[in-house]
Design a protein. Structure first.
Length: 110
């Protein structure tokens, strides 16, 4: 079993850094688990690498490389990404965008 690198809870429709460029968590990851623990609302998510130095909230115009794009995660379900996820953290941020009404998303990276 892989050791958990990060755990992030997201409770609003936003773009969030999961692993920051040049941060302390490396990009040698093997799995991303995205769970929707809402009782009533589906959530649409994008998971992507971005070659930006700006924060996640000011990412307009930056190049994005999507792992998934506009995937709907129904209430009470999880999506696991587990293939070809490693990346160079000196070049990219790993980010997630959540869209929906009052999303309740938990992201675990290992």
């Amino acid at each position: 079993m892989a050791k958990t690198k990060t755990k992030t809870n997201i409770t609003s429709a936003t773009t969030t850094d999961l692993i920051a460029k040049d941060g302390q968590v490396g990009g040698g990851i093997s799995k991303i688990s995205i769970s929707n623990y809402s009782d009533s609302n589906a959530c649409t998510v994008d998971v992507f690498l971005e070659d930006a130095t700006a924060s996640a909230s000011t990412n307009a115009g930056n190049v994005k490389y999507h792992f998934i794009n506009a995937v709907v995660i129904p209430t009470g379900t999880s999506l696991v990404l587990d293939d070809n996820l490693g990346f160079d953290t000196t070049l990219y941020n790993l980010r997630i965008t959540t869209v929906g009404t009052s999303p309740l998303i938990c992201v675990i990276i290992s």
